[in-house]
Design a protein around this ligand. Structure first.
Ligand SMILES: *Cc1c(COP(=O)(O)O)cnc(C)c1O
Length: 235
C-alpha cells in the first residue's frame, strides 16, 4: 500500500469515528483531499485509492493539474483559495466548485464566465466566522443578501457555506464556533432547497466540525504529507 493510500484510509477512519461519536452516518461527510503544492502524480495515487474530490488553492497550479488529469472525468475539482477577479475566468472554466465566494462582483463574474457546455458552477459563500485578521469571508449577518444575489444567477448553483475558523486548541471552543456555522447553514437551507453543503473542518478541528454538522472536511497534510512551499508553480 502506498503511503497516500494508507493516509487516506486513516483519514476516512477518523471521519467515520467522529461521525459515529455523534450518531451521524459517515456517508454524510465528504472528504475533500487538498492537493495544493502536490504534483499530479500524488493526486493520481489518491485517485487509485478511490479519492475523487480534490481541493486546490492556487488558480494556475490547479488549472495545470486539472489538465494533466483530464483522463479522469469522474474527478470533482474544488477551488478553495482566495479568488481575485482577474483569475475568476480560469475558475469558472476549470472547476466544478468554488468555496470562496465572498462578494457579488466575483459571483457575477463567475456566472458570466461559466461556459454553457458545463453545468452551473457549485458555489459556497465563505464566512469569516472567527478570524478577525482574515480579509476573506463575510460576516454571518451578510449571508442572506449575498445568497439572494447568487441565487439569481443562472450559471451558479448555491450549495452552502464554507469557513476557516481561527486556530483554537480547546475542543469546546472549536465546537462553539462550528455550531455558529451550522446554525447559519441550517437557516440558509430553509430558504434554498439546493443548499446541502457545509465545508468546515480541517486536520485540527475535524471532530468538532463533524459534531456540529459539517458535510465536507478539507484535509491536505494528513493525506499527502507536509507541503513544500518552495515549489515554483504556486501563485
Ligand atoms: C490548505 C488548506 C486546507 C488543508 O490544510 P491541511 O492543514 O494541509 O490539512 C484546508 N482548507 C483550506 C482552505 C486550505 O487552504
Amino acid at each position: 500500500m502506498t503511503s497516500i493510500e494508507h493516509n487516506l484510509q486513516q483519514v476516512r477512519e477518523r471521519i467515520a469515528a467522529a461521525a459515529a461519536r455523534c450518531g451521524r452516518a459517515p456517508e454524510e461527510i465528504t472528504l475533500l483531499a487538498v492537493s495544493k503544492t502536490k504534483p499530479a502524480s500524488a493526486v493520481a495515487e489518491a485517485i487509485a485509492a478511490g479519492q475523487q474530490a480534490f481541493g486546490e488553492n492556487y488558480v494556475q497550479e490547479g488549472v495545470e493539474k486539472v489538465a494533466e488529469l483530464a483522463a479522469h472525468p469522474e474527478l470533482q475539482w474544488h477551488f478553495i483559495g482566495p479568488l481575485q477577479s482577474n483569475k475568476s475566468r480560469l475558475v469558472a472554466e476549470n472547476f466544478a466548485w468554488c468555496h470562496t465566494v465572498d462578494r457579488e462582483r466575483i459571483a457575477q463574474r463567475l456566472n458570466d464566465q461559466r461556459p454553457d457546455v458545463l453545468p452551473p458552477l457549485n458555489v459556497l459563500i465563505q464566512v469569516n466566522i472567527s478570524d478577525e485578521n482574515s480579509k476573506s469571508g463575510i460576516m454571518l449577518e451578510a449571508i442572506p443578501a449575498l445568497a439572494a444575489q447568487i441565487a439569481a444567477l443562472p450559471r451558479l448553483r448555491l450549495r452552502g457555506l464554507m469557513a476557516i475558523p481561527a486556530p483554537e486548541a480547546e475542543y469546546e471552543r472549536q465546537l462553539a464556533v462550528c455550531k455558529q456555522m451550522a446554525n447559519a447553514f441550517n437557516a440558509l437551507k430553509q430558504d434554498y432547497p439546493d443548499v446541502d453543503t457545509l465545508s468546515l473542518g480541517m486536520s485540527d478541528d475535524i471532530d468538532a466540525a463533524i459534531a456540529a454538522g459539517s458535510t465536507m472536511v478539507r484535509i491536505g497534510t494528513a493525506v499527502f504529507g507536509a507541503r513544500d512551499y518552495a515549489r515554483p508553480s504556486q501563485q
